[in-house]
Unconditional design. Structure first.
Lengths: 384, 194
């Protein structure tokens, strides 16, 4: 499977572009502000139907235009991986803020139906926020990674947010205990499904994460672990991945009861997967140091890349095929040693199509000549 | 504003009708023979005059009490609780329920300022003395509908009532109102104790 064609209409600084891409991939070369990242944003928009940069849909519409539309044709190749060719399109109209997603020309009834059809993983310089920033960025990473591999996860997440919003409103207006209890069943049931999925994913990802960190950094060990807001009762099962749904439910319920007074005082739900974190650390001689607090810029970037590598691997295993990998100017941020190791790792991996952006057409960007070169200038794209 | 704009703005107040559709409907009526507009206007006036809300169950019909509450053949030991009167038509359409109804008039939703007091829950409790054995909770499968069912279950179970919930199978997030008869019949047949 590879992205054979992408059409953009009024998306950011692209007015009307149709770009054909070869199976091996492309290096998109251009100075800053010409639209390299915008193009990756458009491609990834068709994967999750929102901006990976956190922009609102109306901010994606070309200045002065009324709508944007992005279409992709994902083609099939005879590589034994199977899969089907697919056309994914998304459009947004300013008037009425209408958004429409179509798969093979048919409108998707729900976003979840269309999500993950492109099969792309994106590495960007801002990924470092996942390591250096607050827990929200790490939850977002987990949520996207899990939504792409577990079909019911996104629906659970949306349902959990709805329940949480209603319950918080009730707490804010000091609703009585029996009204509050009516929302607890749903919060606990859906929240436990989310925590169980996260715990399992993280447990599976942990050794991969350390391996990738070690490989890029050249020997520094790192670790990840689930830090659920609902603390686990059973100390032996430290990572929570062996806990049953019922065990998560009773732990969650017990802590809701215990923290009842505090949440009444604060007027907000104080425990649950909306407060989870993914703890990332450096393995020191005696203890573990938080990468967020003590990691150097290079160590933090390494960990961010390792997280994306894990995402790509779990994606590949769950789908049984290689993802399309997009690298948004990631080599520039790394010191030469890390960049070389990263480059070697990426070149040796069994990736599918690779799309790289870079200001210069150097060896890294062109993957040693494997990729075709495209020039991007003011929203126009030309193959060299 | 012209009389044309007047009518269009009335249409535009209806759910699901935007400004464009409102004008399309208005112009459709303008092009049709005058009798057609007369029939539509007459039907609206008659409906508004004749349809009453049943003081017992909250359903809409031409009599108060309604045909269900007055019926001599319906099963008076089972009450099916729904959010809106419009849900009744969907359940009746399945042809697999012969008991009575109770309309809550919505569902719990703190964001919309709807708590238990805003729903017809006291009226439901008041009906439970007359030999009612089972209450079926047929609120929607939305998070609000589920919370409402949880709330009612606690209230009803404390009074020794047998409480059942429609089986899953209704499309998640899909309203009862739009489910087809076969789906509803299956959901009713598979209802479970809460
Ligand atoms: Zn009645």
């Amino acid at each position: 499977m590879f992205l054979a064609r992408i059409s953009l209409r009024n998306f950011r600084n692209f007015e009307n572009e149709v770009i054909e891409l070869p199976q091996e991939g492309a290096a998109l070369i251009g100075a800053n502000g010409q639209g390299k990242t915008n193009l990756l944003e458009a491609i990834y928009y068709l994967e999750i139907f929102r901006s990976f940069r956190g922009a609102r849909d109306d901010q994606l519409v070309n200045f002065g235009a009324e709508y944007f539309r992005v279409e992709a044709h994902v083609a099939c190749v005879d590589d034994g991986e199977g899969g089907e060719a697919v056309e994914v399109a998304a459009g947004y109209v300013r008037d009425g803020r209408r958004k429409k997603v179509t798969i093979n020309g048919g409108e998707a009834a729900r976003m979840a139906e269309g999500i993950g059809r492109i099969g792309a993983i994106i590495f960007t310089a801002s990924d470092v926020e996942m390591v250096a920033g607050g827990p929200g960025a790490r939850r977002r990473f987990l949520d996207i990674a899990l939504s792409l591999v577990e079909p019911s996860y996104l629906a659970d997440l949306q349902r959990y947010r709805q329940i949480l919003t209603q319950r918080n409103e009730l707490l804010r207006e000091r609703g009585d205990a029996s009204s509050l209890a009516a929302w607890n069943d749903g919060l606990v049931a859906v929240g436990s499904r989310i925590m169980q999925a996260r715990a399992r994913w993280i447990s599976d990802a942990r050794p991969r994460f350390s391996r990738h960190c070690e490989a890029i950094s050249g020997g520094e060990e790192a670790a990840m672990e689930y830090a659920p807001s609902v603390s686990m009762i059973n100390g032996e099962q430290a990572d929570g991945s062996k806990l049953t749904r019922e065990e998560w439910e009773s732990a969650f319920r017990e802590q809701l009861d215990r923290l009842r007074e505090r949440e009444r005082r604060r007027g907000v739900t104080v425990v649950g997967p909306h407060r989870d974190d993914l703890r990332l650390g450096l393995l020191g001689r005696r203890d573990q140091l938080s990468l967020r607090a003590f990691g150097s810029a290079g160590q933090q970037r390494t960990a961010a890349i390792a997280l994306r590598m894990v995402e790509a691997e779990t994606w590949r295993e769950s789908r049984g095929r290689r993802p399309i990998v997009m690298l948004d100017d990631v080599f520039a941020e790394l010191d030469p040693q890390r960049a070389t190791r990263m480059f070697e790792m990426l070149s040796s991996q069994e990736w599918g199509q690779v799309i790289v952006t870079s200001p210069k057409p150097d060896d890294y960007a062109l993957m040693g000549g494997r990729l075709s070169e495209y020039r991007i200038e003011r929203g126009r794209v030309n193959r060299i | 504003m012209s009389v044309i704009d007047d009518l269009a703005s009335e249409f535009a107040r209806l759910p699901g009708i935007g400004r464009k559709t409102a004008y399309r409907l208005t112009h459709h009526l303008l092009k049709s023979p005058p009798e057609e507009a007369g029939r539509l206007a007459g039907a609206i006036v008659t409906m508004a005059e004749r349809v009453k809300r049943c003081a017992i169950c909250g359903s809409l019909g031409e009599t108060d009490p309604c045909e269900f509450c007055l019926s001599g053949v319906r099963d008076r030991t089972t009450i099916c609780v729904v959010e809106e009167a419009s849900d009744i038509a969907a359940i009746e359409g399945s042809g697999s329920f012969r008991g009575l109804y109770h309309v809550l008039g919505g569902c719990l939703s703190p964001l919309d300022g709807i708590g238990p007091e805003e729903l017809k829950i006291d009226a439901l409790l008041a009906r439970l003395d007359d030999g009612v054995g089972e209450v079926i909770l047929a609120t929607n499968p939305s998070v609000e509908g589920e919370a409402t069912a949880t709330y009612l279950h606690k209230v009803l179970a404390s009074r020794g009532m047998s409480v059942t919930r429609l089986a899953r199978g209704l499309p998640v997030g899909g309203d009862l109102e739009y489910a087809d008869g076969v789906t509803i019949a299956q959901a009713l047949a598979g209802r479970r104790d809460m």
